[in-house]
Design a protein around this ligand. Structure first.
Ligand code: C2E
Ligand code: CA
Ligand code: CA
Ligand code: CA
Length: 276
């Protein structure tokens, strides 16, 4: 590598320094970004597998940075979680998502749903949760769903159960997100008041008929149904994956095959089309 100028160590050090700089940059810019409305939501349709009908959306956050361009949540949510900026950010996401939800329900008369992702830091902050619950009780929660991952609950399952139970008691269905990527999925499923199970896209991609993975997914679907949960397949990209999931008894699906995460106006068009 010598003849290419820089040694491996130098290249690595430069990459690391860039990563740290960007990270620091994102961290200092994020608070202003929320106020400056650089942060916004996209809405990805969730459809019924039997007839392709729209049931609702998952709200997914994006950041349009003035210099760095469009930034995905995988790059800034972990930072926001560490710094605590996820608290105002998560509150913005919740309020914005509920606003869209109310508008779509009022306009269409359909029982549209909107799923919002909750992060661990939000869940463990007791006064913050109380604030959220108060706001939700005042605003109304019809059609709102909350998505959590099991890894969030692992550090203190009893306390997590108590907190998530408060949302559930308000009438907010709980979705177990990314199912299959955690460690103790089965025991958690029975213990927590989950209403929806989202099968992680790693199980859905390259799903072949009569494969071991297909049998595994069938087992997950049957187990979830026995426990009274609806099942959403995530990351559906091909018609074959759709057909197999349908055959395995999966109820709903989300993925690029149906739609990418959409700007709010395009999501509104989906709602209007579903209502007509
Ligand atoms: P997630 O909750 O599992 O969200 C699904 C992710 O899969 C989204 O990525 C979505 O764009 C992507 N996806 C959907 N369909 C397909 C497909 O067919 N193929 C592939 N390859 N990907 C698909 P996104 O929007 O980049 O979000 C990444 C993660 O960031 C989310 O994963 C979630 O964990 C987190 N996130 C996003 N928005 C929020 C938020 O408002 N709050 C919190 N706490 N986390 C969020
Ligand atoms: Ca999610
Ligand atoms: Ca997921
Ligand atoms: Ca995820």
């Amino acid at each position: 590598a010598k003849e290419h100028g820089r040694s491996r160590t130098e290249v690595f050090t430069t990459a690391l320094r860039d990563a740290i700089l960007i990270r620091h940059r994102l961290q200092t810019d994020l608070t202003r970004a929320i106020e400056a409305r650089e942060v916004f939501l996209l809405y990805q349709p969730i459809v019924r597998l039997t007839d392709g009908g729209l049931i609702g959306f998952e709200a997914l956050v994006r950041w349009r940075h003035p210099e760095l361009g469009l930034i995905g949540p995988d790059r800034f949510i972990p930072i926001a979680e560490e710094t605590g900026q996820i608290l105002p950010l998560g509150r913005f996401v919740l309020e914005e998502a509920v606003r869209s939800l109310k508008r779509w329900r009022a306009q269409s008369g359909l029982p549209i749903t909107v799923n919002v992702n909750l992060s661990a830091r939000q869940m463990w902050d007791a006064p913050y949760v109380e604030d959220m619950l108060t706001w939700l009780a005042e605003t109304g929660v019809e059609g709102l769903k909350i998505e959590v991952t099991e890894s969030m609950t692992m550090s203190d399952p009893d306390r997590a159960l108590a907190i998530l139970g408060r949302f559930h008691d308000l009438g907010i269905p709980l979705c177990m997100d990314d199912f299959g990527t955690g460690y103790s999925s089965l025991s958690y499923l029975g213990r927590f008041p989950f209403d929806v199970l989202k099968i992680d896209k790693s199980f859905v991609s390259d799903l072949a008929p009569d494969s071991g993975r297909a049998r595994l997914v069938r087992g997950i679907v049957n187990l979830a149904h026995d426990l009274g949960l609806d099942v959403v397949g995530e990351g559906v990209e091909t018609a074959e994956e759709q057909a197999i999931l349908t055959g395995l008894g999966c109820d709903y699906a989300q993925g690029y095959l149906f739609a990418r995460p959409l700007p709010v106006d395009d999501a509104g068009s989906w709602v209007r089309r579903a209502a007509s």
